[in-house]
Design a binder for this molecule. Structure first.
Ligand SMILES: NC(=O)c1ccc[n+]([C@@H]2O[C@H](COP(=O)([O-])OP(=O)(O)OC[C@H]3O[C@@H](n4cnc5c(N)ncnc54)[C@H](OP(=O)(O)O)[C@@H]3O)[C@@H](O)[C@H]2O)c1
Length: 336
């Protein structure tokens, strides 16, 4: 089978661009025992992929030069040497920027976690890894209590919007930070209490207005100056959930951290990073909650679905330009 792939040919030093990838065509290798050939139907685009391009130790090894860019997605089994995954089965996993991939059973997401018949876009957006990230980070680390003030950065994105709404479902006052009027209007429409448009408003002034009793839980997707501003406005014993730091992902050299770290001591702030994979054993129960909120209309979401294999790199870059309106996806084919 001919297999188009986007390879990573160069590591970015600064902003990622299309020049870091090249389009190529190869043949799919022969299947071994226990393996399946998967046709990619839909790809997920995640800011963390930018970190996977750097040659630095992290929670996953770096993508190798001349390897297909690593990405998660939904695919369909088109050839099978595994009785548990017959031809036609929809699967989720790290498929990469390629039309076909080969996987063994352990490289695929447990299918039991998703309700059967879940369409690929839903499996990658509101019932996907970003919502699970929001769920675990907010509830396991932030643990918001009714009446507490929860601040979310990157709040109109896939992870942030889920975290904001889950915090609201838990009875918190929720403030979201996002870029631009359209995103802020949509976010307010999900039922949260206030929004801060960091592109047109002064974050510190707006935090003083919207968080008069201080921030009890900060779910941070952005880092940098936003994190520093949140430390300034934190309440005593605040919990800071470090989910992401997208404002730094394309820096060409490390930036100084927040200049007010002593406030963590003075205000007894607890700050903890996490990776969604830490909670894989609890995915089924988290998914049950997400499905329930979704079917009750309590969890709203947006998807931004592009099409076409040629458009893969430029779709990825949209994340760092703030162009994506909700979960960024790209469709390659419909299920057969
Ligand atoms: N810890 C984990 O396990 C885990 C798992 C998944 C995701 N994450 C993290 O969660 C965050 C959100 O990921 P997502 O997949 O849900 O993406 P997303 O929020 O749907 O999309 C990325 C958004 O980030 C914002 N952004 C881009 N550059 C920025 C900058 N320089 N400063 C401030 N905001 C910027 C843009 O929104 P605006 O237009 O509002 O600026 C953009 O739309 C990322 O930091 C990601 O790494 C962590």
């Amino acid at each position: 089978m001919n297999n188009q792939q986007w390879l990573m040919i160069e590591r970015p030093n600064g902003m990622v661009s299309e020049q870091h990838f090249t389009l190529t065509e190869t043949k799919t290798p022969l299947l071994r025992e226990g393996e399946v050939l998967i046709k990619t139907l839909m790809l997920s685009f995640d800011p963390a992929m930018r970190g996977w391009m750097d040659d630095k130790p992290s929670y996953l090894p770096p993508v190798a030069i001349n390897e297909p860019m690593r990405a998660s997605g939904i695919g369909q089994v088109v050839e099978s040497n595994d009785d548990a995954l017959p031809v036609g089965t929809l699967v989720q996993g790290i498929l990469g920027w390629q039309e076909y991939s080969i996987a063994g059973p352990n490289s695929l997401f447990p299918p039991s976690a998703l309700p059967s018949g879940t369409p690929p876009n839903i499996a990658l957006s509101v019932l996907g890894a970003t919502s699970l990230t929001a769920y675990f980070g907010l509830l396991k680390i932030g643990d918001p209590q009714p009446g507490e003030t929860v601040l979310i950065s990157g709040a109109a994105g896939a992870t942030g919007s889920a975290a904001a709404q889950i915090a609201k479902l838990k009875g918190a006052r929720v403030i979201g930070i996002a870029g631009g009027k359209d995103k802020c209007d949509w976010l307010l429409g999900t039922g949260i209490d206030a929004v801060i448009d960091y592109k047109s408003e002064n974050i510190r002034a707006r935090l003083s207005e919207t968080c008069p009793d201080g921030i009890h839980v900060f779910f941070d997707n952005v880092g940098g100056d936003t994190l520093e501003a949140a430390i300034e406005h934190a309440a005593d014993f605040a919990r800071f959930v470090l989910c992401g730091s997208i404002s730094n992902y394309n820096d060409d050299s490390p930036k100084p951290g927040p200049n007010n770290m002593f406030s963590l001591i003075a205000k007894r702030i607890r700050m903890q990073g996490f990776i969604m994979f830490d909670y894989m054993a609890e995915v089924d129960s988290a998914m049950a909650d997400l499905v329930q909120w979704l079917t009750e209309g309590k969890l709203l979401w947006r998807e931004d679905i592009k099409e076409g294999f040629d458009n893969i790199p430029k779709t990825f870059i949209r994340l760092f330009e703030g162009k994506n309106q909700g979960k960024q996806l790209l469709k390659l084919a419909d299920p057969n």
